[in-house]
Design a protein around this ligand. Structure first.
Ligand SMILES: [Zn+2]
Length: 53
């Protein structure tokens, strides 16, 4: 199972995201929050396009 997912923001920007994060991940284009840390698997608030290896 991959540790990265490709997440698409509402603005259309896509970026790979590590599933285990320690701080919020924001969209590289508009700054919207795409994922929040939970202590384990990230809570992804963007749209998951696909799993990456
Ligand atoms: Zn965005």
């Amino acid at each position: 199972m991959g540790k990265f997912v490709l997440v698409k923001c509402n603005c259309g920007y896509e970026q790979p995201l590590f599933k285990f994060i320690a701080s919020e991940v924001k969209c590289g284009s508009c700054g919207a929050v795409l994922a929040e840390p939970t202590g384990g698997l990230a809570k992804i608030t963007g749209k998951v396009e696909k799993e990456l290896d």
